[in-house]
Each structure stands twice: as C-alpha cells, then as structure tokens.
Design a protein around this ligand. Structure first.
Ligand code: MTE
Length: 310
C-alpha cells in the first residue's frame, strides 16, 4: 500500500495560516530562495504526513503549466497564460445551507482556525493522465464540523467564483460550461479525512491556475471533482448539480470515483500517463481502483453498483 498510516500529524508538520502568509511575504522579497528551501522553512516536511504517498511528486513546472480550468479557456496552457488576471485578495467565502452556524468570511479569517498540513496525493484526470502533487491544506471535515450541520444535511455543494471581467473563458460566445462551475460530495465523502481544502502546493501559496486561493482536493475521484477558486460551500439535503454531469450526463456521473473497470463512453480508463515521465512515449501505468486509495475509501461505497452510479 502506498499510503503511510499514522495517528495525528506531528506539530512540526503544521503551520498556522498567518505565519504562512508572513512567510510568503518574506519569500516574495527573497528571490534566491528555492521552493524546497521554502518548504523546509515552513516546517512542512515532505511525505511525512499520515496520508501522503511516497511517490515522487510531479515537477512544479508541469503542475503549474498543464491545467484544466475552463474559466480561463479550454487548452492545457490557457490557465497559466490567463489566470494572472484573477484578483484573489480580498476573497470571501460563505459556508451556509443546512447548518446551525452559517457564516461569511474573509479568506484569512476562514482559514485561521485550521492547521496547515502537507499532503502528497496522486491525482488522476478523467482524460487519462495523472500527477503527484504536494498540496498544503486542511481537512474539509474541520470546516463542516465547525458550522454544525443539521440532521437534514446529506450533501455538500461547492461553487467557484464568477468574474467574466477577470476570467476570459466566462466571456465571449464559446461558453463551454454554465457558470458558476459547481461540484458536490455526499456528506460522508466530504467528511473523509483524505478530503482537503488546499491553499498551497509545493510549500507555496496556491498558484492561480491551480485554483487560488482555495480549492477542493478529493484524491480518489477524477480531477474534475476538485473544484477551484471556491466562494461558497453549502450543506444541502438533495444531491447537488455538478458542472460536467450537466454538460454531458452520460459521460460524467455524480460520483466520478476513479474506476479502471468503468470506461468513459469514448475511451478506456484502464491505464494512465504520469505527466513529467518521458512525455507521450512513456509507458502508461495501470489505473488503480479509487486511484490507489481503496483501502481508505472503499467502505464508503459498500453495496453500491459502481457501474450504475459512476
Ligand atoms: N474547477 C473549476 N472551477 N473549473 C475547472 O474547469 N477543472 C477540473 C478541476 N477543477 C476545473 C476545476 C478538472 S477537469 C481538473 S482535471 C482539475 O481541476 C485540474 O486541476 P489542476 O489544474 O490543479 O491539476
């Protein structure tokens, strides 16, 4: 098994967000500091977290230049080229719906209560490629528990910001998706300890093309569930709409668990190409059930027909 088990995360691996931001300001003035130097300085130690894979992370350059973020265009290099126009400060996040303590927060206040951890996760896109990314974030469960869900809350719905002035893919005639981009999880999936909200990667503040300033990361599901630049998290009773399911219901289901046995209607999901490994001619590797996280998450789907509920 590739996941390291452990009890809690040692305090040496966590850093409060305010210290993280101060460090960021410092780093911005210190151009000579390398990324790995930045990680060490924050006390975020690579691959020490209980939930991290031991696999080699994908080079930062690939993680930040080969992206899907349709708000900035459909091409893999469009987000890196266009996301600079997004203003991420100030940023407001609401957590509401079926909760006893709803709230609207500035990003910094929203994040302050949580300790940041590094989590090195395998990520697999439905298009057949994968990466290993060292995220910096905190469990979504802590946010949900804090707002005290009502008994009627069964799902969590997420929403990305709508800013046509800043997001080139939200203007013009060719609208690939209905905005806002929306996603959802069943409440038990949202509460699973592998599910995190990320605010950084490679020990740095999240690049805009990767979903700054706040995105979801659900490593056992296809990448499109990991919604970027979140402004709203809502607890709801009924299964929420999701962007890709609305766009092509036959191709993208609500669950979207990585499952090599269920092909996408137009291509196989049996293997994947690891980005950064020898380009297009590198050998494809077999895709693992639940992206290799079966031991942790298979019990969430016991008794479900995963070919019907794909
Ligand atoms: N979130 C928003 N708001 N818009 C998007 O187009 N694309 C999804 C997901 N989150 C997307 C999004 C898809 S298809 C993938 S594979 C991942 O983001 C890619 O994340 P990455 O670019 O950080 O690797």
């Amino acid at each position: 098994m590739l996941i390291r088990k452990g009890k809690g995360v040692p305090s040496s691996e966590i850093t409060p967000y305010t210290a993280y931001l101060r460090r960021r300001e410092f780093l911005m003035g210190a151009t000579a500091l390398t990324i790995s130097g930045g990680v060490a300085e924050a006390g975020l130690q690579s691959s020490n977290s209980a939930y991290s894979t031991q696999e080699t992370p994908t080079p930062l350059k690939d993680v930040t230049t080969y992206n899907n973020f349709y708000e900035f265009g459909p091409g893999k290099s469009d987000p890196a080229a266009n996301a600079g126009a997004l203003t991420t400060n100030p940023w407001r996040v609401s957590v509401d719906g079926l909760v006893a303590k709803p709230g609207q927060f500035n990003l910094e206040d929203f994040i302050k209560p949580y300790a940041l951890e590094e989590r090195i996760y395998r990520m697999r896109c439905v298009e057949g490629w994968s990466m290993v990314i060292p995220w910096v974030g905190f469990p979504l469960a802590e946010v949900i528990e804090r707002v005290e869900p009502l008994g009627s809350a069964k799902y969590v719905a997420f929403e990305t910001v709508v800013r046509p002035k800043e997001m080139s893919g939200q203007r013009g005639l060719l609208q690939l998706l209905d905005w806002p981009y929306v996603e959802g999880l069943r409440l038990d999936e949202a509460l699973h300890p592998l599910t995190i909200l990320a605010v950084g990667l490679y020990g740095e503040v999240l690049p805009k093309q990767n979903g700054a300033p706040l995105r979801l990361v659900v490593p056992w599901k296809y990448g499109f569930k990991s919604i970027k630049s979140i402004v709203r998290i809502r607890l709801v009773e009924n299964q929420p709409r999701t962007s890709w399911n609305q766009q092509a219901p036959r191709e993208y289901g609500f669950y979207s668990n990585v499952n090599p046995a269920v092909d996408h209607p137009r291509w196989s999901q049996a293997t994947e190409r690891r980005i950064g490994e020898g380009g297009l001619f590198a050998r494809r590797r077999p895709t693992l059930m639940f992206n290799g996280y079966a031991e942790e998450v298979a019990s969430l789907y016991a008794g479900m027909d995963l070919e019907k509920l794909f």
